[in-house]
Design a protein around this ligand. Structure first.
Ligand code: ZN
Length: 439
């Protein structure tokens, strides 16, 4: 059964180098919110299909000057940190965590605070063209469920992790799991509570196994989380080789890089999405490739806390799954447009070097088309979900974007300019699972 037929110009990434442009095509969406068929304007049944949809009141003609893009997929975002997006970015990571982030996250024991923050975050994400997010929550399950409810109420596709953090040496006493047993039991409780909340809902959020990062968890907890991920066949998220400090913590405490530590505990799987990875060695990269683990590239956050830049071009060339993350609030912007632009900028600087003495690294550039791929197809592949493409068999998660006047005539140049210039006020409408949501 057809629900909606969208008529308009659209772009969808085909592979990391290629973006396909479809002029005035019909996107046929079924009752379940899935794209059933694309009818090109040159297809024999284009006119009859269009008329049939018009008669049945299913046709939505996208106004001239607007283009349709896949909704963006944010692979790394700390929901509780939304109130401090743009604060304390001049502090070292340890101060930023201890003086700002942990006290803020501890506030979510108060449900009223969660109810104030989470709907606002979800609405901002949708207003910026983001339709799927892989979230870190806090250690508080009731607040995490408020986030889940806000996503369902406003129509955002979500994967949500209850954060586990029980290492007394690296977490404050006011914001920590009391023991490994508590961390694991609360994680299992959250899996069941979230599954129950989403029962029968089209946009039921997916639970995610979430060790905060290697330093904040005891080995017993890391091991238990690896077992839970296997037992429930769930996605995993964490931070991987984010900074010098995190990288060296694993070496000092385990005698190995954190990629090996996570792998040892069954946490580096093909369902895992690991944020940052700026400090990976070539050997670590090979392990990530062998495990088919995805990397969430957070280019704004890395400028503040990464102690380096991601080898984006090399990871893409090696076929490692890669998407984009805003990393609120290590990154200040919830807009993936800002993040895809930063991904390109950083790759340019990596190529040319950051001082006039630095020769840079040959061929480290990515294009804005590559970044578009990461924000859409790369995200979908990383999450193993049929999202990020406008094609049959994919969910109708879309954004309608207003072009600026004087657009170039070449379709790919039109897209490039659109990606560089779009602000949230240019996003006219957002569809998730075949339904328009409020932006
Ligand atoms: Zn993070």
């Amino acid at each position: 059964m057809i629900k909606t037929v969208l008529q308009g110009d659209f772009y969808t990434a085909v592979d990391p180098q290629t973006v396909a442009y479809h002029a005035q095509a019909l996107i046929v969406i079924d009752q379940s919110g899935m794209i059933e068929r694309i009818i090109e304007s040159t297809d024999a049944d284009y006119q009859t299909s269009r008329q049939a949809a018009q008669i049945k009141d299913q046709l939505v003609e996208v106004p001239k000057g607007q283009v349709i893009l896949p909704g963006f997929i944010d692979l790394h975002l700390h929901a509780p940190q939304w109130p401090q997006a743009g604060l304390a970015l001049d502090k070292p990571l340890a101060n930023w965590l201890n003086d700002y982030t942990f006290p803020l996250e501890a506030k979510y024991r108060d449900l009223a605070y969660a109810k104030q923050v989470y709907p606002d975050l979800v609405q901002n994400l949708l207003a910026n063209g983001t339709t799927t997010v892989l979230f870190f929550g806090t250690i508080h399950n009731p607040a995490n469920l408020v986030l889940a409810q806000a996503c369902m109420d406003h129509g955002l596709r979500a994967l949500i992790g209850r954060v586990a953090m029980d290492n007394p040496e690296q977490t404050p006493d006011y914001y920590r799991d009391a023991s490994s047993q508590v961390a694991l039991q609360a994680t299992e409780d959250f899996i069941q509570q979230l599954t129950a909340l989403g029962q029968g809902q089209a946009l039921a959020p997916i639970p995610v196994i979430t060790p905060r990062f290697v330093p904040s968890c005891t080995p017993t907890t890391l091991q238990g989380l690896g077992k839970l991920a296997a037992q429930y066949d769930l996605p995993i998220q964490s931070h991987l080789s984010e900074s010098d400090w995190e990288h060296h913590y694993a070496i000092e405490h385990y005698g190995h890089h954190d990629a090996n530590v996570l792998d040892h505990f069954g946490l580096l799987t093909d369902r895992a999405v690991m944020a940052h990875a700026t400090q990976l060695t070539l050997t670590d990269e090979q392990l990530v490739a062998d495990r088919h683990t995805a990397i969430a590239h957070c280019p704004i956050s890395n400028a503040y806390f990464g102690n380096g830049t991601l080898a984006t071009r090399r990871l893409m060339d090696r076929g490692i799954k890669l998407g984009l993350g805003s990393d609120i609030s290590g990154g200040y912007s919830v807009s993936l447009y800002d993040n895809l632009r930063q991904a390109v900028t950083v790759s340019q600087m990596r190529t040319d070097g950051v001082t006039n003495q630095d020769q840079g690294e040959a061929d480290a550039r990515i294009s804005i088309r590559n970044a578009f791929y990461l924000a859409t197809v790369g995200g979908g592949q990383s999450l193993h979900l049929p999202i990020g493409q406008i094609a049959p068999g994919f969910q109708a998660d879309l954004q309608l974007v207003q072009e600026r006047p004087l657009a170039p005539s070449d379709p790919i140049e039109r897209l490039e300019r659109l990606l560089y210039q779009t602000q949230s006020n240019h996003i006219q409408a957002v569809m998730v699972n075949g339904d328009f949501v409020k932006v």
